[in-house]
Each structure stands twice: as C-alpha cells, then as structure tokens.
Design a protein around this ligand. Structure first.
Ligand SMILES: Cc1cc2nc3c(=O)[nH]c(=O)nc-3n(C[C@H](O)[C@H](O)[C@H](O)COP(=O)(O)OP(=O)(O)OC[C@H]3O[C@@H](n4cnc5c(N)ncnc54)[C@H](O)[C@@H]3O)c2cc1C
Length: 398
C-alpha cells in the first residue's frame, strides 16, 4: 500500500491511500476479442485508463461462421471499423439445405462476412489507437477481489494487475471461479477454409448457406481472399459414431447433405487441419455478477450459432456495459437488465435450433421454405438482438 497525507480544514493531518485512489479510475479488460476490444475502445474514448490483456500474441483464426449481421455492421462502423476496406464480402441472401433439398430467401437486413483474424486484428489496432494499454501474449490465470472495491488479475508469469473495475471478456474460455454451466449436448465445433471450384464459388457468391444433418448443422459462406468458410457444429455422441475423426465427419456431412457434397466437389482445403472447440453452452445468459465485474460477449450470453448473431451480441453487451460503467450503474444491475433484454431472443433461437436439429424438420423444412421463403426472413429478424434494447442507462457520464 502507498500512503500520502493531507491537512483537513480542521488542521488535522489525514492519511490517504493513494494506491486505492489510483485504482478507482482504472479498468481492466480480460480478453481482447470482439467484446473486450469494443468495450476498451468505448471507455478509452471517454478518457478512462484502460488495460486490456489478451493471451494471443497476434490474432489467429477462431472457430466462427464469420457472418456479420446488420447490427454488428452498425456497431463496428461506430467503432471506426470499416469492414469493406478490410475486404468483407457482402451477403445478400441465405440458403437452407437439408437432405437433397435447398431453398433460399433474401436477408431482411444488410450483412457481410469477414475472417475473424482480419476483424480481431482491426479491433486491437483501433483499441491501441484509442489509447488502450494492450498487453498481448499474456494469459490471465486468476481473478480475485483485493478489497471490497478492488480486483487483482494474476497473469501466467505471476505478475498482477489491479483495478477497481473489470470487464470479463474471455469468450469461450472460462476463468477459474467464473465458469459457465456445463454444455449438456457436448457440442463440438469445427472451422475449415476451402478454395472452391470456380463454378461452386460463383454459386456461393453473396450467399450464406445453412446445412442440416443429424446431430448438428453447418454453414458455408464466402470470405475475403477468395476463400469459403465451412463452420459446423455436432453433438459429441454423433462425432463418436465417426470415430472423432474430421475426415469421417466431413464425409458423413456430405453423405447426409448432398448440397454440401456438391459445394465441396473439387474444393481445396486451405488449413492443414480444422480448428475445433468444445464446450459451447448454447442458451446461456449470465444471471448475476459482483460489484465492479461486468461480463460481456460470450461470458454474458451464448446464442445458437446458426443465428450468426454472436458477434452482434458481443458488441452490444460491450457497448451496454461501457455505458453502464460510465453512468456508475452497478454491474449486478447492468447484468440483470441485460439478461431480461436478451431472454426472448435467446429462447426463440433455442427453439429454432431444436427445430433444425430434428429429423422431421430436416425432411420438410426446405420443402416448406420453397413455398414460404418468408419463414427464413422472419426467423432471421426475430433471432436478432434488439439493437436499441434498453440495457444501458440513458445518461452516460463523460
Ligand atoms: C461454431 C460457431 C460459429 C459461430 N458463427 C458466428 C457467426 O457466423 N456470426 C456471429 O456473429 N457469431 C458467430 N459465433 C459466435 C461468435 O464467435 C462469438 O459470440 C463471439 O466471438 C464472442 O465474442 P467474445 O469477445 O465474447 O469472445 P472472443 O471473440 O472469442 O474473444 C475472447 C478473447 O479472450 C481471449 N482470452 C481467453 N482467455 C483468456 C485469458 N485467460 N487471458 C487473456 N485472454 C484470454 C481469447 O484469446 C480471445 O481473443 C459462432 C460461434 C460458434 C461456436
């Protein structure tokens, strides 16, 4: 502890804990993905002293469908990220394929796709430009309370960082003591880039295709650099049936969904092996938190991937949490308001995900959609986050 002294009006010498005062305006952001960077930029632009800790030394490929919804595009634009200049591909319509049928509908909002590597690189650069102190290649191992209004993060080399306020933005990775619930379906997700045969690339242009198969679903869409991103999820018990091997799973998906087999005919895989993650607690929305700890992004809520809305939620929760902090709204109040704002969208997305993952739907959905493509548009709209949902206080202190 550091101490200093001042003389009060009565002439009495008072001790002040400057260490504590110094902490008061400091914000520590754990995780430099979408949510962490967005919150960091918002706070630094309001003059706050922000330190962001990101475990990867440079941005890497992440498991993600890389679809950017209209809301995400708006939020990114407001942060100063021009996705078009980064090479984002406009996406105008969505195609649903199951068994041997496919149906398509225009998207009811503007959308685009951009690799996470490009997006995360741009976000970190913007955070640094905004004055955020970014520590990369440092992993947070533990987060503890020091006093009733202070936090200490311990890094992998034992060094510590202290602040009065922490934004937890570690995405899919849970910190010890702050774990999210088990994922009962034991989802496994994969991402692989392909260079499609020219005719297939032309067919896929400006479309996001959702493919259904037993035990999960997958999406394929073009991204910058002439690549196509195949991102898919499957329940572990279905993966067990193909010996947990990517090659077998890829072959099974194509067997169950000939549309995918057609897309991948003559395609060249662009990564040595797919990137994979496990433990995805779909449907989770954080109920509570402690004073001074704002949970954002996947640490706040995990929406089923087929909606392509996780990035938008990450940006939205970051924006809301930053505004709440600036207006001195306590973190537990913010987290409770966020939960109520997200609940309906989340339940609807879960309901739709259950529907996609059932054999009857797989058989009839594409047929129904040919008759009523509006269903896609309506589902796409309803599973979006309400952009102006009141999670943040109106008055934002500067
Ligand atoms: C299969 C799948 C497909 C998806 N497809 C889409 C899609 O098409 N469109 C869409 O909008 N959303 C999609 N999502 C969701 C989206 O990827 C996430 O919701 C979004 O990335 C959440 O952002 P975040 O900032 O919370 O986490 P992230 O972007 O994952 O960032 C977390 C960061 O924290 C860092 N970190 C983790 N632990 C530590 C630690 N201990 N110390 C320091 N740093 C740490 C990580 O390195 C990472 O950079 C998909 C998700 C899945 C699983």
């Amino acid at each position: 502890m550091h101490w200093t002294y001042k003389t009060s009006r009565s002439g009495k010498i008072e001790e002040l804990n400057v260490h504590r005062i110094a902490l008061q305006d400091k914000v520590l952001i754990l995780g430099g993905g979408v949510a962490g960077c967005a919150a960091a930029i918002a706070l630094a632009r309001k003059g706050r002293s922000v330190t962001l800790i990101e475990r990867e030394p440079t941005s890497r490929h992440k498991v993600c469908g890389e679809f950017l919804s209209g809301e995400a595009l708006e939020d990114l634009h407001a942060l100063g990220i021009g996705v078009a200049s980064l090479g984002a591909v406009p996406i105008d319509y969505v195609r649903l394929a199951a068994a041997s049928r496919a149906a398509e509908a225009p998207l009811p909002f503007p959308a685009a796709s951009l690799t996470r590597k490009a997006l995360d690189t741009a976000l970190i650069a913007e955070a640094m430009a905004a004055g955020v102190r970014v520590e990369r290649g440092r992993s947070v191992q533990a987060l503890d309370r020091t006093t009733s209004d202070g936090w200490r993060a311990t890094l992998d080399d034992g060094a510590t960082r202290e602040a009065s306020t922490v934004f937890l933005a570690t995405g899919k990775h849970d910190l010890r003591g702050y774990t999210r619930p088990e994922d009962p379906e034991r989802w496994v997700a994969f991402k692989m880039y392909f260079r499609l045969a020219p005719a297939q690339a032309a067919e896929l242009a400006r479309a996001s295709e959702l493919m259904l198969y037993p035990g999960g679903y997958g999406g394929i869409q073009p991204v910058e650099g002439g690549m196509a991103n195949l991102c898919c999820v499957v329940q572990k018990r279905h993966l067990a049936r193909v010996g947990y091997r990517w090659e077998n799973f890829l072959a099974k998906m194509q067997q169950d969904c000939p549309h995918l087999a057609m897309r991948l005919a003559g395609a060249e895989p662009l990564l040595d092996k797919p990137i994979a993650i496990t433990h995805i607690p779909y449907g989770y929305i954080r109920r509570t938190t402690e004073n001074g700890l704002y949970c954002i992004g996947d640490q706040a809520a995990v929406i089923p991937s087929f909606t392509g809305d996780g990035i938008s939620i990450a940006l939205h929760t970051a924006r809301g949490a930053a505004a709440a902090y600036l207006a001195a709204e306590p973190a537990p109040l913010f987290q409770a308001k966020l939960r109520s704002a997200l609940l309906a969208q989340m339940r609807l997305a879960e309901f739709a995900a259950d529907g996609l993952n059932n054999s009857l739907s797989r058989a009839v959905l594409p047929f129904c959609l040919r008759v009523w493509p509006g269903v896609i548009s309506v589902t796409a709209r309803l599973t979006r986050i309400a952009q102006h949902a009141a999670v943040a206080p109106h008055a934002v202190a500067s």
